[in-house]
Design a protein around this ligand. Structure first.
Ligand SMILES: CSCCC(=O)C(=O)COP(=O)(O)O
Ligand SMILES: [Zn+2]
Length: 211
């Protein structure tokens, strides 16, 4: 194991997200890219609250899977991580979690984009503009994950995302960043925004056309 092993960052982030209730019941998957273009990803079906170094598989740039031990399968959503790394070469980490708020908010609109409230927190995504009009892309939760990945690639090649995040309806959110630290921050930021949207809908605070 090198002096710095990004799996340790993924383990710590997963434990924290698990404690927030965002990765319960094995939900979610985290990955971090390596200098050679391969990436570590959480193995499928693992409890995210107490991962260890052997709970990861390595995906090579050509899509081959390297198993540190033979009873592992790569995350069922590896194709989404591969698509993100292909679309965004600067991405070094891709995190996916399942919060209740993400699932509720995914049903606040019927279309494929969600207008985000003009919150100060958007500066956390390096959005520095007046009259914020930031949307988040929503994708159908196809049973076949590769179909989700194809739709992500097709849409983002035509309309690049305004923030490094996407929402899969009735499922969860995925973010990407140029470091594991930023990816963790982006999950916290988007989940804060989701909690705000849900709370606003319950308190009658008018934030955008959908509540
Ligand atoms: C109970 S989680 C269902 C699968 C899923 O959506 C997920 O994020 C975890 O899948 P993985 O194969 O990475 O464990
Ligand atoms: Zn998922």
């Amino acid at each position: 194991m090198s002096a710095f092993d990004s799996r340790l960052e993924l383990i710590a982030a997963a434990e924290y997200f698990y404690k927030q209730g965002w990765m319960v019941g094995t939900a979610g998957n985290l990955s971090a890219r390596l200098p050679d273009g391969s990436f570590w990803i959480t193995a499928s079906g693992k409890s995210k609250g107490n991962l260890n170094l052997t709970d990861f598989v390595k995906i090579t740039p050509d899509g081959a899977v390297e198993f540190p031990s033979n009873d592992l399968k790569p995350s069922a959503e590896t194709a989404i991580h591969q698509t993100i790394y292909k679309l965004f070469p600067e991405a070094q980490a891709c995190y996916h979690v399942h919060s209740i708020e993400a699932n509720l908010v995914s049903r606040f609109v019927e279309g494929d984009t969600l207008l985000l409230p003009p919150l100060e927190m958007l500066k956390g995504f390096n959005i520095w503009q007046e009259n914020l009009n930031i949307t988040l892309s929503i994708f159908p939760n196809h049973l076949d994950v590769s179909k989700i990945a194809i739709e992500i690639e097709d849409r983002f090649q035509i309309v690049p995302p305004q923030i490094p995040a996407l929402l899969i309806r009735d499922h969860g959110v995925t973010v990407w960043a140029d470091s594991t630290e930023k990816a963790r921050n982006f999950i916290e930021l988007i989940e804060y925004i989701f909690r705000y949207i849900v709370a606003a809908s319950q308190t009658g605070v008018k934030i955008n056309p959908y509540v």
